[in-house]
Design a protein around this ligand. Structure first.
Ligand code: ATP
Length: 408
């Protein structure tokens, strides 16, 4: 068995006592590839391809770059060489190209990709769909696992009244290379009478994402999580989803310490609202994961609170769960927290992948600053009923980054 791609460990400090903070990535064994052994060079300078995109994507990306600048000044040994790359719906409107080849090439050559949000409702392709180049990137770079941690933030009220909602801590793993997105930009319309998008589930695509989910559950188990992976599907109705579940069951036998659960997508929508604390890791098809992750973000305050990472064997892209939010773009009201937490995930991933303790420390320092800002009531985004603009939140966080004690 070879060492391979990074998996994620969203855990409390107890899982890694010497790291000390609430969220971190961890390397895990994986038998699907050998990426780690070939990329395990210790280095301190990282090329980051930055794609701000559209709407509030640009605003939270600008803010995030200011945060990363402050962070790398504070933490020795991390140098981020950022390159801003064009792309998105506005770029498509202006040039006819959503994602220039050069952007894809530079993203491919970077150590990691930091992504804002792309898409504008009024900018449409001839088939009526929105311009969503991030989906093209997921396919191009084989970013098969969409990792969406759903973790309650200190002092941020969940819309759920039950006090257990203050400790929500689950992760949704969204398959991102096929499923209902398989016909992305190639769906068929016959004679203006019928339209078709296929749901494609392959053995290879399912094995890799299911294994990813189980390995994550194994890591989380070390910090007292439930040791449970729930396969979410519509296996009672769709052949493709029954196949997804069959492969899930086959693979689950390899992970004897982890329980394998099953749930239908409709029941999961219900139960994520009724009792989200019963979930640990969820693995699901592309469209199901897209929908559930927005629902789950609502449980922890809103889309602006939710980070995500798109992980493949060779590349990784980090972006908040939210879209370009044209309704608030330009108002200064965007909550940048999800973007900052995504940047922390990026630093974790770089740290683990390249053996850089400085990156891991920077990730911890950033998360500690965010948590401390919320806990002390210093960060009050509009999205949560506060009055702090994106710029004010950024200034506050930079102050905390500069002054908070170094993480042990
Ligand atoms: P996409 O499909 O492109 O992911 P979406 O349909 O999920 O996008 P968003 O653009 O994410 O839609 O916006 C959904 C709602 O959430 C909007 O009302 C928007 O204002 C709000 N929202 C999204 N992100 C943020 C944020 N960072 N801060 C505050 N509100 C946000």
């Amino acid at each position: 068995m070879a060492l391979a791609a990074m998996l994620i460990d969203w855990t409390h400090c107890l899982s890694v006592p010497n790291r000390g903070l609430s969220l971190r990535w961890s390397r895990a064994l994986c038998d699907t590839n050998d990426a780690i052994e070939t990329t395990m060079n210790i280095k301190s300078e990282f090329r980051i391809a930055v794609m701000p995109g559209d709407g509030i994507g640009v605003e939270v990306t600008d803010a995030c770059l200011a945060i990363l600048d402050a962070l790398t000044r504070r933490i020795a040994g991390v140098h981020l060489a950022t390159e801003i790359l064009p792309g998105g719906a506005a770029h498509y409107r202006d040039t006819g190209v959503a994602l220039p080849d050069k952007t894809v090439e530079n993203a491919r050559n970077a150590d990691a990709i930091l992504f804002g949000a792309m898409g504008l409702p009024e900018v449409r392709l001839p088939d009526g769909t929105e311009v969503n180049p991030q989906i093209n990137l997921r396919f191009e770079l084989e970013l098969f696992a969409g990792v969406r941690p759903v973790k309650a933030m200190a002092r941020v009220r969940s819309p759920l009244a039950d006090p257990r909602a203050n400790n929500i801590d689950l992760v949704i793993i969204r398959e991102q290379s096929e499923g209902f997105f398989a016909d992305f930009q190639s769906g068929k319309i016959d004679d203006d009478q019928a339209a078709t998008d296929r749901c494609v589930i392959t053995r290879t695509g399912t094995v890799r994402v299911v294994d990813f989910a189980f390995r994550l559950a194994e890591r989380r188990r070390q910090s007292g999580h439930q040791s449970l992976v729930t396969c979410v599907d519509k296996a009672n109705v769709m052949t493709s989803m029954a196949f997804f579940r069959k492969i899930f069951d086959e693979r689950s036998k390899r992970f004897s310490k982890i329980k394998a659960g099953h749930a239908y997508i409709d029941a999961t929508a219900l139960n994520l609202v009724r009792r989200p604390w019963d979930f640990d890791v969820i693995v699901t098809e592309n469209l199901c994961g897209d929908i559930l992750s927005d629902l789950a973000a609502g449980l922890i305050g809103g889309l602006g609170m939710a980070p995500s990472a798109d992980i493949g064997d060779k590349h990784a892209m980090f972006q908040p769960c939210h879209g370009s939010a044209p309704d608030i773009a330009g108002s200064g009201q965007a909550n940048p927290t999800g973007m900052y937490l995504s940047a922390a995930m990026m630093l974790d991933w770089l740290g683990e992948r390249h053996g850089s303790d400085a990156c891991l420390t920077a990730a911890q320092h950033l998360r500690a600053a965010i948590e401390s800002g919320f806990r002390a009531g210093q960060i009050r985004p509009f999205e949560l009923g506060g009055t702090d603009s994106t710029a004010q939140i950024t200034t506050t966080l930079i102050d905390i980054i500069k002054t908070q004690p170094a993480v042990a």
